[in-house]
Each structure stands twice: as structure tokens, then as C-alpha cells.
Write a protein that binds this ligand. Structure first.
Ligand code: BES
Ligand code: MN
Ligand code: ZN
Length: 502
């Protein structure tokens, strides 16, 4: 685990394996970003010119390594591109700082300690650099030979910040809590389904509950059957490993609001009897990313001691075909009492979420936010990089979008058109689990809406696009599980604690 510190030393005098400086695209070639002054002095003020000679332009994602001159304690200078330099007087964009710090941390995998001499004048800059560095330092090596992949960078020391300033300290604490918890979500997502089934996932939550003082209740398959959770039971039935519904609660004595976070936790989605074709199931261990995000966000909330109550509901099941599996055409009686005709067993996420949403609604929280790798249609609509936000309240949808953007998560508001509701009418049951093909992401959202309690503010985040990154790493985004939505959920909890939301 990578450690984050704020250092009082100057960038040049800090003992480290490398010193990271920022370089931006100026109108007349690369320009050093603030924070690099002492390093630049050791280059006799010629660092920007030297970088230009080496071909650096300051573009986002660019890395230039050069040996440090006398006067700099670290042996190597790593210059990371920040993209376009801001207008005179304006600060650097938080996402540019996060990404540059992420690139630097990834480049420095295997090193013990690096000084991050990036622009850190404001608390927001410290938070961005810290978050980006901790997220970029991530490596999933659990299944590789010990001497295989390099471990993550050991320590990120931010120079130029104010270690005694309350705002800067709090910013570093937020970055550390969010960094470690996004990485917890990534670890869970990257763990293959043969090692992370619903039982194992529930055990992880129980263990973290003990560590962080969270109340954890686990409904096993017997309790689920007895409680009438037809959706979760119906999806989990085909698997040799039984389903679970986990309730994990963080409470604060000074809290005046309660949030409920609901996560889709399909530990493997084969599609069930409506089996997915080859080419569509290789990454389906990621189908529990919503539950991982909810779990990680609640632990981060607890680490930060935010003055808000947050209850998480993790709907865990493995979607498999077998002689016991739910068949297309079967009718399930859901926890809410509604009946659902299962037309496609691959539309399983909405079935487990329906039960969790109905159960969460019974506690009348001030708002419910669910997170799910729900539809391929949302990936087609918005691409890989952003999640869709749907809600029964336009104001709340905007507030979630704003919070996501501020935390550095790309997303976009999507509608829930009432006209599409009839496309999942069923001749046999109250509704079917599949509607029209067109607008599939919105139809899934409309299906969930049916199970949200009367009068409860609710938002649905479809993270099927950003949850699992198959391409090459970039910025602070690694290959594999990304931990999508963790930062947004923590941002919502913090805004609620501070009275800015609900
Ligand atoms: N888990 C999938 C959605 C998904 C697709 C997640 C791609 C991540 C990447 C979900 O359970 C699913 O299979 N949805 C179907 C619904 C359809 C059968 C109505 C889909 O999107 O094709
Ligand atoms: Mn599916
Ligand atoms: Zn699924």
C-alpha cells in the first residue's frame, strides 16, 4: 500500500528515488509548472529548455526522465505533461493534476519514495495530486510470481504543500482514504470469480466491518428464501455458490441525513440459460463492480468520520446456467410483491437490484443511489469512459452529476422516458425483465424505478462502460477494475454531511 505524506522539505532537498515535476504546453514551447523552482535552480534555470531539447512538449500523458544535477538529492527527475498551461493567474485543472500525478506514480512502480513537486498551493491541488498519485500507484499482482511485476511506488511525498495547514491536511486525508478505498474496490473487481463468490465477498465485508466499526448483516440463501427475495434467489439459483444480501451500515451520532447505497454484485455473469456468447464473458468477473464501489465508499466514509449515516446494500449472486437455473419464461415473485416474467436470464442485474432497492426503501432513507454494471446499451450510448445517471428527481440527478465531475469522474445525465415503460409489459406477470432493444439502458432504469419506494429520491448509475478498463493504462486509470463510482459516492456522502445535498 502506498503512503501519502506532505513534506516540509524543498523538492531539491528531499531524499527520494525521484523528483516529479510538471511541464505544461506553453505558447512558446514547454513551460515548467509551479513547484519545480528549486529543481529548476539546480539546472541553472534551464530545465524547461533541457526538456524541450529532449523532445518534451508538455502534452498530457508525456513522461521525460533525466538525471538530476548536483543540488538535487533525488537521482532522477521525472517530468510529467500537464497539457495546456492555464491562463495567467488561473490554477491547474484538478483532473490534469490527478492524471499527471497518476502517470508519474505508474512510471515509478518499484521505487520506494518519490517527491511530487507539482503545483500544490491550494488544498484542492493537494487533494488532486494525492488522489491521482495513489490511484496511479495501483498494481494488481496477487496472481503473479513474487519476482514478477513490480510492486507499487512506496511513498508519495508532496512538496510545496502546507503540512500544518488544516485545509491541506484534510485534503491529504481525503486523498488517502479515497485512494486506498478505490484500490480496495479494484482489488475485489480484479479478483477472479473462482476466488470471489458471494460468500467470500460477504466475508470481506464482515471483516472490514469489524475493522472500521460498521454494522454488517448477511442474509444467506435460507434467509433470502424465507424473506421472499425472489429476485436474488432467482438469479443465484443456477450457481453452485449461493447468493447473499449484505447490509453494511455506517452511522454518525451527529448525522441528520441517511443515504442508502445499493450495489449490483454479480460475482460472475455468464448470462445464465440465456448464455452469453464467447467474446462477451471473459471480463464478467467485473459484474460486481457496483457492490465493490458501495462497499469501498462506505469504508472511506467511515475512515473520514463523515457526519452522515450511510447504509449499503450489496446484492450478491453468481449468474450461471444449470439444471437448477431460472429459465426464460419463469416468473419470480419479488421482495416487493411484484411478479416478474424472466424473458432473458442475462438481464439479471435488475432482478437482484429490484429486491435490494425495495428492501432499502423500507428504511425510508433521504435518498437511494444504486450503482451497477447494468447494460451493454449504456456502453454503446456513452462509450467506455463515463457512466449514465438516471433519477426520479431532475434536481438530484444534476447534483449527482456535479458531484461526480468535481471528484473527477466523467458521467452524463440520461432520461427515464415514461413512454418506454410499456415495452416491458408482460402477458403473464406484472412486468417482464426485458423491454425494447432500443434505449436498453433507460429501460433497465425504468425497471428499477418500479421497485423504489413511493416518494424516495433515487438515482441510478449505470457504470457498465467505465467499470473495467480493457485498454492500455492512462492517467491514473489502470488496466482492469477501475473503482468507478467510489469517488462519486464518497463525494455525495461528504456533501450530505456538510448540508449541501438533501
Ligand atoms: N452485466 C451485463 C451488462 C454489461 C455489459 C456490463 C458489458 C459490462 C459490460 C448485464 O447483466 C447484461 O447482460 N445486460 C444485458 C441486458 C439485456 C439482456 C436486456 C445487455 O446489456 O445486453
Ligand atoms: Mn447479464
Ligand atoms: Zn450482469
Amino acid at each position: 500500500m502506498t503512503v501519502l505524506t506532505l513534506s516540509t522539505s524543498s523538492a531539491a532537498s528531499l531524499r527520494a528515488d525521484a523528483v516529479v515535476v510538471g511541464v505544461a504546453k506553453g505558447p512558446k514551447g514547454p513551460r515548467l509548472a509551479p513547484g519545480a523552482e528549486t529543481v529548476d535552480s539546480a539546472f541553472d534555470g534551464r530545465l524547461a529548455a533541457t526538456l524541450e531539447t529532449l523532445g518534451a512538449a508538455g502534452a498530457e500523458g508525456e513522461v521525460t526522465k533525466l538525471p538530476a544535477p548536483a543540488g538535487v538529492k533525488a537521482p532522477v527527475v521525472v517530468a510529467v505533461g500537464l497539457g495546456e498551461a492555464p491562463e495567467d493567474g488561473a490554477g491547474y485543472d484538478a483532473e490534469a493534476l490527478r492524471r499527471a500525478a497518476g502517470v508519474a506514480a505508474r512510471t515509478l512502480a518499484g521505487a520506494k519514495k518519490a517527491a511530487f513537486a507539482l503545483p500544490a498551493a491550494e488544498a484542492a491541488d493537494v487533494e488532486a495530486i494525492g488522489t491521482g498519485a495513489l490511484l496511479g500507484a495501483y498494481a494488481f499482482t496477487a496472481y503473479q510470481a513474487k519476482d514478477g511485476g513490480k510492486g507499487p511506488l512506496g511513498e508519495v511525498a508532496i512538496t510545496g504543500a502546507k503540512p500544518r495547514d488544516k485545509g491541506h491536511k484534510a485534503a491529504a486525508e481525503r486523498a488517502a482514504a479515497v485512494g486506498v478505498e478505490v484500490n480496495r474496490a479494484r482489488d475485489l473487481i480484479n479478483t477472479p470469480s473462482n476466488d470471489l463468490d458471494p460468500t467470500a465477498f460477504a466475508a470481506e465485508v464482515v471483516a472490514a466491518g469489524r475493522e472500521f466499526g460498521l454494522k454488517v448483516e448477511v442474509l444467506d440463501e435460507k434467509a433470502l428464501a424465507k424473506g421472499g427475495y425472489g429476485g436474488i434467489i432467482g438469479v443465484g439459483k443456477g450457481s453452485a455458490t449461493p447468493p447473499r444480501l449484505v447490509r453494511v451500515a455506517y452511522t454518525h451520532t451527529a448525522a441528520t441525513r441517511t443515504l442508502a447505497f445499493v450495489g449490483k454484485g454479480i460475482t460472475y455473469d455468464s448470462g445464465g440459460i440465456s448464455l452469453k456468447p464467447a467474446g462477451h464473458n471473459e471480463t464478467m468477473k467485473c459484474d460486481m463492480s457496483g457492490a465493490a464501489a458501495v462497499f469501498a465508499a462506505i469504508v472511506a466514509t467511515a475512515r473520514l468520520g463523515l457526519a452522515v449515516n450511510v447504509t449499503g446494500w450489496l446484492a450478491l449472486a453468481e449468474n450461471m446456467p444449470s439444471g437448477r437455473a431460472t429459465r426464460p419464461g419463469d416468473v419470480l415473485r419479488m421482495y416487493s410483491g411484484k411478479t416478474v416474467e424472466v424473458l432473458n436470464t442475462d438481464a439479471e442485474g435488475r432482478l437482484v437490484l429490484a429486491d435490494a432497492l425495495a428492501r432499502a426503501s423500507e428504511e425510508a432513507p433521504d435518498a437511494i443511489v444504486d450503482v451497477a454494471t447494468l447494460t451493454g446499451a449504456m456502453v454503446l450510448a456513452l462509450g467506455e469512459g463515463r457512466f449514465g445517471i438516471m433519477s426520479n428527481d431532475d434536481g438530484f440527478r444534476s447534483a449527482v452529476h456535479t458531484a461526480a465531475l468535481a471528484e473527477g469522474e466523467d458521467s452524463w445525465p440520461m432520461p427515464l422516458p415514461a413512454a418506454l415503460r410499456k415495452t416491458f409489459d408482460s402477458p403473464t406477470a406484472d412486468i417482464a425483465n426485458m423491454g425494447a432493444r432500443m434505449g436498453g439502458g433507460l429501460i433497465a432504469g425504468l425497471f428499477l424505478k418500479e421497485f423504489v419506494g413511493e416518494g424516495i429520491t433515487w438515482a441510478h448509475l449505470d457504470i457498465a462502460g467505465p467499470a473495467f478498463h480493457e485498454g492500455a493504462p492512462f492517467g491514473y486509470t489502470p488496466k482492469g477494475g477501475t473503482g468507478s463510482a467510489v469517488r462519486t459516492l464518497v463525494g455525495l456522502a461528504r456533501r450530505t454531511a456538510e448540508g449541501e445535498l438533501l
